[in-house]
Design a protein around this ligand. Structure first.
Ligand code: MN
Length: 336
């Protein structure tokens, strides 16, 4: 699928204020796509601001331009003003205003021209004026790269390239899923021509463990991993107290669910963490089992077929109970 980004070129004018936004709990692709466009518009001489709902993890803090990102949770007045007052809003790496949390209410009401660029299924097309959504792409950053290349004329420089690469490498688990596309690799090859240093970026992103994060990982795997062999399912659950004991920081449990999924024969993995008044849930699967559907139907969430998230407002114990009961309903797709 090839998008025609020329309508965007027509809308964007130097006298228009542009706001770039991402989903809550921004990940590498959210921040990568926001910052790549931020550099692009800044260098093109446009008025541009970047706003994300809440703090992003420490392992992205090296990214060029990340200090300019406004965090809605820390500065709601400014955030609301930008959402209400900007002429053009880009919604990057999410498919519906809800995914912005509280900030999404202002987004839904805003009179701005709204442009969605995303790769999650079921985009909420009625809330956007332009919808560039493609699930067959590694990342939103990949789509942003195509947009920048098409609308030009700014050259793709090293800052833009590093941001795009970060989005692609993090959203594909270092090229292990969501990347069976020629285009993804031809873009990476172009980024290398721009001079990105993949070894350096990988160290910046992945060689960032703290001692407490590694100990939390060890504890989770040795004490908290639970298998349901009859359902090819594995889960890890961490309570508020356990997270506190290991001095949990944002991003520390990122990727934990993938360890459960890496067990031979496991098709469905889940990670539950207790946060404030809810249980935050991550779901992963291999093959046809749709965790997007599972999360959407039972845990007020969604995402991709093989990677999704959700929330439970029950206690941890009751959430696990509900999850275990649901497994019986899915025994067939999980085992046959
Ligand atoms: Mn993404």
């Amino acid at each position: 699928m090839k998008f025609d980004f020329s309508p965007i070129r027509k809308i964007i004018k130097p006298d228009k204020s542009i706001l770039l936004t991402s989903h809550s709990n921004p990940d590498g692709d959210a921040i990568g796509s926001v910052l790549a466009l931020y550099h692009f518009f800044t260098q093109s001489g446009y008025q541009v601001k970047a706003l994300v709902p809440n703090q992003f993890p420490d392992f992205l803090r090296w990214m060029p331009g990340c200090k300019d990102i406004i965090i809605f949770e820390k500065n709601k007045e400014l955030g609301k003003k930008l959402l209400n007052g900007s002429d053009i809003i880009f919604s990057l790496d999410y498919n519906s205003p809800d995914r912005m949390g509280e900030a999404g209410k202002s987004l839904a009401k805003s009179k701005a021209t709204k442009i969605l660029i995303d790769h999650h299924i079921n985009p909420d097309i009625y809330n956007f004026d332009f919808c560039y959504s493609n699930i067959n792409t590694s990342s939103t950053s990949e789509l942003v790269y195509l947009l920048i290349k098409e609308i030009g004329p700014v050259q793709i420089n090293s800052s833009i390239s590093e941001c795009i690469f970060t989005g692609i490498v993090t959203d594909t688990g270092s090229f292990s899923y969501n990347c069976n596309f020629e285009q993804t690799f031809s873009i990476v090859s172009e980024l290398i021509q721009q001079g990105i240093d993949i070894t350096k970026i990988n160290r910046l992103i992945y060689a960032t463990n703290t001692e407490s994060r590694l100990r939390l990982l060890g504890y989770s795997l040795s004490e908290k991993l639970k298998l349901y062999p009859g359902f090819n399912t594995a889960i890890i659950c961490l309570s508020k107290e356990e997270l506190k004991k290991y001095n949990h920081q944002i991003g520390d449990t990122e990727g934990l669910v993938n360890y459960a999924l890496s067990i031979k024969g496991i098709r469905f993995a889940a990670f539950f963490s207790e946060k404030d008044e809810k249980i935050r849930m991550s779901f992963r699967s291999v093959g046809d089992f749709s965790v997007n559907e599972f999360a959407r139907l039972h845990f007020e969430g969604g995402g991709h077929r093989n990677a999704a998230g959700g929330d439970s407002y029950l206690s941890m114990e009751k959430t696990i109970d509900k999850f275990e009961k649901l497994l019986f309903d899915y025994k067939d797709p999980l085992t046959k």
